[in-house]
Design a protein around this ligand. Structure first.
Ligand SMILES: *Cc1c(COP(=O)(O)O)cnc(C)c1O
Length: 412
């Protein structure tokens, strides 16, 4: 089929896109490379080069160790609060920038399990989806072994995710904590977080949301939804850079009762008292462990500036428009080649990426990377098309999908 109507549509969508100018804020947007992986490692904002260089010269070089007292000690809280306000629907005092996603998930899962099973010894089950991201599953298994808890697996369709019926069937009077992904890393399935949180609460459990694939792309309302705990990446849609530390949210009502297992000096009540024993700090500081990764948390602030300017609702509107356009193009030029959709069709059940399935997708991905078209591959046979709303254009999306079609033809 001719792609000319799609080319005209892409051009019109770009011309009418209120966020089009934000694309120029990113390094590499001026090149012909097609980037479909902003959901795995976001592009760097141009402003970040200057921010990092200035920090090295003026703050690290100029202030030296005085920098800790003057501002660095507060950065995990200051950036956390701003991230919480702009992307998580979290009032101040509940979000920190901490360790990696993996380590923060570990700390909060352990904290939640201990609290629930201390208040009711029958509550020894951790509920998690069978198709959750590997780190989430491995952590749950490790913690269960460590604490004598039991894992309850929710079997899910890999083209979807955990929904209300599946969760209702998995929770009960023995559930301590439920770990759920807001947007599935594989299918892009967008869970109804408010409803699932209520189901977990009705069973007497705490809920921990993994927001890795939603923060910065899908509006989140942690306070309004009554969420207990959440963790998410900052190097995906928040463009914090490779290995940027994750954020953690603990609802204010839990901060006095939850304690985490990695008891380091930075989480102690009086950091510089260096006292004989650990007493956890009040508030969010108790969820820190060691010295905050200051350099690694600088870059995400540039994307927070962009989100502040654009607004998360407008970002979501563009995200939906991008994935809807990708589906129309896919139906037009990829379905005839035997490519199927492994993501929800209904945009209200879909996050910022779509997964396309075909037996040749592993080879297709390798071929595309050679051509500067960068999606990624996930078993089984899935090509993930990540469409970061601030840095992706409709024309770029069409160019990339046309390259996918060409590669599928060549490889099959
Ligand atoms: C990317 C991702 C992670 C990554 O965890 P790290 O500790 O940063 O490696 C965890 N969970 C989900 C759902 C992810 O998508």
């Amino acid at each position: 089929m001719s792609t000319e109507p799609f080319a005209a549509e892409a051009e019109a969508l770009d011309a009418a896109d209120p966020l089009a100018a934000h694309r120029d804020a990113f390094v590499g947007a001026e090149t012909s490379l097609v980037y479909f992986d902003g959901n795995s490692l976001g592009r760097p904002p141009r402003a970040t080069a200057r921010r990092l260089a200035d920090f090295v010269t003026a703050e690290w070089g100029g202030r030296l160790i005085r920098g800790w007292d003057e501002s660095w000690m507060d950065l995990p809280f200051r950036i956390g609060d701003r991230l919480g306000r702009l992307t998580l629907g979290a009032a101040a005092g509940q979000t920190i920038i901490g360790d990696s996603t993996t380590v923060l998930l570990y700390k909060l899962l352990r904290a939640a399990l201990s609290e629930r099973s201390a208040s009711d010894p029958e509550r020894v089950e951790i509920v998690v989806g069978r198709d959750d991201f590997p780190t989430d599953r491995y952590l749950v298994e490790g913690i269960a072994a460590e604490r004598g808890a039991r894992v309850v697996w929710i079997e899910v369709d890999t083209a979807r995710g955990v929904d209300a019926d599946l969760l209702r069937a998995a929770v009960g009077p023995r559930t301590a904590v439920v770990l759920l992904s807001h947007v599935s890393y594989r299918s892009g399935y967008l869970a109804d977080a408010e409803n699932l949180t209520r189901i977990a609460h009705d069973a007497g459990a705490l809920v921990l949301w993994d927001l890795c694939h939603s923060a910065g792309s899908v509006p989140v309302a942690l306070d309004a939804w009554g969420v207990d705990l959440a963790v998410g990446c900052t190097y995906k849609y928040l463009n914090g850079g490779p290995g940027a530390p994750a954020f953690a949210y603990v609802a204010a009502r839990h901060q006095g009762t939850l304690t985490q297992p990695i008891q380091g000096w930075m989480g102690a009540a009086d950091v510089f008292a260096m006292g004989p024993e650990y007493r956890p700090a009040d508030g969010m500081r108790r969820f820190l462990s060691g010295t905050p990764p200051v350099l690694a948390m600088l870059a995400m602030q540039d994307t927070l500036d962009l989100i502040d300017d654009a607004g998360i609702e407008a970002i979501r509107a563009k995200s939906v428009a991008l994935t809807e356009f990708a589906l129309r193009v896919g139906d037009g030029i990829l379905s005839p080649l035997g490519v199927t959709l492994a993501s929800p069709r209904d945009p209200s059940e879909r996050g910022g990426h779509v997964t396309l399935s075909h037996p040749a997708m592993r080879a297709v991905t390798a071929r595309l990377w050679q051509q500067d078209v960068i999606p990624d591959y996930r078993d089984p046979h899935g090509l993930r098309i990540g469409l970061a709303p601030l840095s992706t254009s409709f024309t770029e999306t069409l160019t990339g999908l046309m390259a996918v079609a060409e590669a599928v033809r060549t490889e099959s």
